[in-house]
Design a protein around this ligand. Sequence first.
Ligand SMILES: Nc1ncnc2c1ncn2[C@@H]1O[C@H](COP(=O)(O)OP(=O)(O)OP(=O)(O)O)[C@@H](O)[C@H]1O
Length: 261
Amino acid sequence: MTEPIIHIDHVTKSYGSFTVLKDLCFSVMPGEKLALIGPSGSGKTTILRTLMTLERIDSGVIRVDGDYLFHMERNGRLVPADEAHLHRMRAKIGMVFQLFNLFPHKTVLENVTLAPMLTKGVRKADAQRRAMELLEMVGMAGKANSMPAALSGGQKQRVAIARALALQPRIMLFDEVTSALDPELVEEVLNVMRMLGTQTDMTMLLVTHEMSFAHDFADRVLFFDRGRIVEEGPPGDIFTNPRNERTQTFLKKIIAAGQRI
Ligand SMILES: Nc1ncnc2c1ncn2[C@@H]1O[C@H](COP(=O)(O)OP(=O)(O)OP(=O)(O)O)[C@@H](O)[C@H]1O
């Protein structure tokens, strides 16, 4: 039987007295496309940042691709992971952020080659060859020598996707990647994600407020509310027949705000 590629087991995390993740449990199967939806502040971004090891957890365990994320096994016991372990685990996952986070003083090509050269010791010529393939894939090869400031938001985000793919992750995390874009640029980024969804077997987790995209794209939707998953299921169920009162209220608000689902 296939094992989950991500297994989140009773994870709790607080910022001071505010508990942002409350005894959270869920699994993701290899190749699954998962949409995380829910009200602002419900913990969606925090769980993605946690998977990326940008945040630590207070309790619980997380396994990614067969290994513990924040722990290591030593003489049959779980001990906190060291930096080398975290570094290895991080390389399994790529993340794309709302605000692109490109290196402003590097060209598009350098943005994509930097991490493989620095973290994996890939030779410059090989890193450049692979980067050009990825830039081609996201329709940005023609801008390889441009600086990020010369790009539109949609173009920056497509470069950010290529940069995350350059480390050949098995899992990609997308955190509201279209929220900062002008409406006419949203579709070009969603198209790249659709292409990744159909042409690769990557596991993809996305936090999104684009409900119609989540509806069409995801295999499964998790509805987060106040640090917990209160409802989950195939998009057809969650969007057309939500059972939980909080999900119903949330979706009603989205529709009232004029969004198509
Ligand atoms: N570093 C931090 N320090 C203190 N509080 C934080 C920190 N990061 C996040 N929070 C709080 O944790 C809560 C959950 O944040 P999170 O970003 O995970 O929510 P979200 O569901 O992704 O919401 P949104 O859709 O608005 O991005 C928020 O109330 C936020 O203010």
